[in-house]
Design a protein around this ligand. Structure first.
Ligand code: UDP
Length: 330
């Protein structure tokens, strides 16, 4: 299996932010794509690429409909609940959706002899960083149910590789950002909790003032530092992963980030330059569970996957997001 052949790929969560960009990239690369989504947080307007099957990973019969009569070369799994604070309040929902749902999906893959799996994990598996540049060898100590739900699946994938020979790539995302450069798809969460969309929304809708959570972090300007990676770069790594699994058995994990940290105030400055006016904000108390600094060492992905991110410049990332937020499609 190589990405030069025409592949059939299942994208769970393909109506969401990352999944819709992935479905599009797969289709545009000439492969066949099937999207499976319960539309709980995804958007039917984002279902423009490939076949769509509405279903919920918590219902094995729904999953069976997606596998019945199809033979997939690999499965991408973006269907997850992702809000840290909500995971603290509703751990059952997070473990049910993120763990049980994934277990059901893996069972269907076993039943149908589909042996390649790309899993969306998160930098939240590292917890409080003990090194400036976080490599995959950093200790794993998630601080909340969301991070734990992802780490449990990572561990399960190691057991499945040993016992069942399941091949997988586990990607630990840093901060996914930006939108497709043509501005027709992008990020739209409700409620929106992410920094860049909230900055842009506050500039578009003057009634919506930006809040900065925390100003006393042990960082140069007191605000949290993050590593922003463009959505298209994130997706291109996933396609490279399919190729990688055809050459490498077992389970493999890779950080996905740009390796450059920006504080919240630096992101606001960059966004002001893109928009062409100052962004107003208020400081609020720090959010529970936010790490002061999360910056990736992604050298393993660069070397092993031959992955080449195209959007290393933060302004360019924000520009694509701004185009989307201003578009009638948003
Ligand atoms: N943040 C903020 N205001 C917002 C949204 C986020 O100050 O409206 C902060 C948040 O506390 C964190 C950083 O921006 O320090 C990035 O948050 P985001 O939710 O985008 O990603 P996370 O790093 O939490 O996955």
């Amino acid at each position: 299996m190589s990405t030069n052949e025409k592949l059939s790929l299942l994208v769970c969560g393909g109506a969401g932010y990352i999944g819709s960009h992935m479905a599009r990239m797969i289709a545009e690369a000439g492969h066949q794509v099937t999207v499976f989504d319960n539309l709980s947080t995804g958007h039917s307007e984002a279902l423009k690429w490939g076949r769509f099957i509405k279903g919920d990973l918590r219902n094995p019969e729904d999953i069976e409909r997606a596998f019945d009569g199809s033979s997939y070369d690999a499965v991408f799994h973006f269907s997850a609940l992702i809000v840290v604070s909500e995971s603290v309040e509703k751990p059952f929902d997070y473990y049910d959706n993120n763990v049980t749902g994934t277990m059901n999906l893996l069972q269907a893959m076993r039943r149908h002899s589909v042996n390649s799996f790309v899993f969306s994990s998160t930098a939240a598996v590292y917890g409080d960083p003990v090194m400036d540049m976080i490599s995959e060898e950093h200790p794993l100590a998630p601080l909340n149910p969301y991070g734990r739900s992802k780490l449990f699946i990572e561990q399960i994938l190691q057991d499945y590789a040993t016992a069942y020979g399941l091949n997988s790539v586990r990607f630990r995302y840093f901060n996914a950002a930006g939108a497709h450069p043509d501005g027709t798809i992008g990020e739209a969460h409700n409620p929106e909790t992410h920094l860049i969309p909230n900055i842009l929304l506050s500039s578009i809708d003057q009634g919506r003032r930006l809040k900065i959570f925390g100003q006393d972090y042990p960082t140069p300007d007191g605000t949290c530092v993050r590593d922003y990676i463009h959505i298209q770069d994130l997706c291109s790594a996933h396609l490279a992963a399919v190729d990688y699994m055809s050459r490498n058995n077992g389970t493999h994990c890779f950080n996905l980030g740009n390796g450059q940290g920006f504080s919240i105030l630096e992101v606001i400055d960059a966004a002001s330059e893109v928009i062409g006016r100052k962004i107003q904000y208020d400081f609020e108390p720090a959010r529970a569970g936010d790490s002061p600094r999360l910056v990736a060492d992604s050298s393993r992905a660069l070397k092993e996957l031959g992955w080449k991110p195209a959007y290393a410049d933060l302004r360019e990332i924000i520009e694509t997001a701004y185009r989307w937020h201003k578009s009638p499609a948003y």
